[in-house]
Design a protein around this ligand. Structure first.
Ligand code: SAM
Length: 282
């Protein structure tokens, strides 16, 4: 049963980490004219009004995007953050007010060129319904179905380049292993694809199964970025950090993200740290 709804968490610190990384990757891909197929295996709704009941209830965005938004003039000095925050500003209904947060379908479709294509997979009927109501370009396909199966089935892509975001909710423990299996199979079918895989940092450390699975499966060139808010307290079960793997990262991504994260971490709390390293090298 699917119970997770991203609207409860939209714009939190993990979304900031995930979407800033995604934005930086897309930025690199846009430097060449050759077409890109983008796939978003777990798309969610696409755009989140912050006043919606679900989002307002937990108000997680107040400790995520809202902190960056308040500091946007100063953060604009960093080229990546400046461009990213300018993109966030474009989705706001009222100039200068933070009232919406864009999800991955928006980030992926915003700079989609006519020669590119985008596939958005969403399994939850209600979430897919929200996504279906978004206005998106013609070269965006919305698929109501399983994203991991859909990804593997549609590879290799028909374009020379591929970029995939895998962003499950990890409601089930088995998902860590399932994601590793699907990513390994996808990379067998599209060796040069750029793949981003998000995972939560939980006190139980379940993400290790995913990371080890990819390493043991023989994948190379996996860059890891982790944004940790704090060490977990005794008995704590909730998310204390956000992790992102980038397989086949574009050249220079690490330097740009490190610089941006140095500006972001102090805004997220005194104990917040970002680390970037190779989980598996060349
Ligand atoms: N990627 C979105 C973003 O960044 O805005 C957030 C996605 S949210 C973390 C995970 C989504 O995956 C939920 O909307 C959930 O309904 C959906 N989902 C869960 N299992 C799925 C599956 N097997 N295939 C596709 N979507 C799935």
């Amino acid at each position: 049963m699917l119970s997770y709804q991203h609207a409860y968490h939209a714009g939190n610190f993990a979304d900031v980490h995930k979407h800033l990384t995604l934005f930086a990757v897309i930025d690199h891909l846009l430097r060449k004219k050759s077409p890109v197929t983008y796939m978003d295996t777990h798309a969610g709704r696409g755009l989140y009004p912050l006043a919606a009941e679900e989002t307002a209830r937990l108000g997680e965005y107040l400790e995520g995007i809202a902190r960056l938004w308040q500091a946007r003039t100063r953060l604009g000095d960093d080229p990546l953050l400046g461009d990213w925050l300018a993109a966030v500003a474009r989705v706001q209904a009222r100039n200068g007010r933070l009232d919406h947060y864009p999800g991955s379908p928006w980030w992926l479709s915003d700079r989609l060129r006519p020669q590119d294509r985008l596939m958005l997979f969403e399994l939850h009927p209600g979430e897919h319904g929200h996504l279906a109501r978004q206005t998106l370009p013609d070269n965006v396909q919305r698929i109501h179905g399983d994203g991991l199966q859909g990804l593997v089935k549609r590879l290799p892509a028909t374009t020379p380049r591929l970029c995939v975001l895998v962003d499950p909710s990890y409601e089930r423990k088995a998902e860590y292993g399932e994601v590793a299996e699907a990513v390994l199979e996808a990379m067998r079918r599209a060796r040069h694809g750029v793949m981003l895989v998000w995972y939560p940092l939980l006190p139980a450390g379940r993400h290790r199964e995913l990371l080890e699975g990819l390493r043991e499966g023989g994948l190379r060139k996996i860059w890891r970025s982790e944004l940790k808010l704090r060490e977990a307290k005794e008995g704590e079960r909730g998310m204390v950090g956000s992790g992102m793997l980038v397989i086949n990262p574009p050249w220079g991504l690490d330097t740009r993200l490190d610089a941006a994260m140095r500006q972001v971490t102090p805004l997220l709390g005194a104990t917040c740290r970002h680390t970037g390293d190779w989980w598996v090298g060349e």
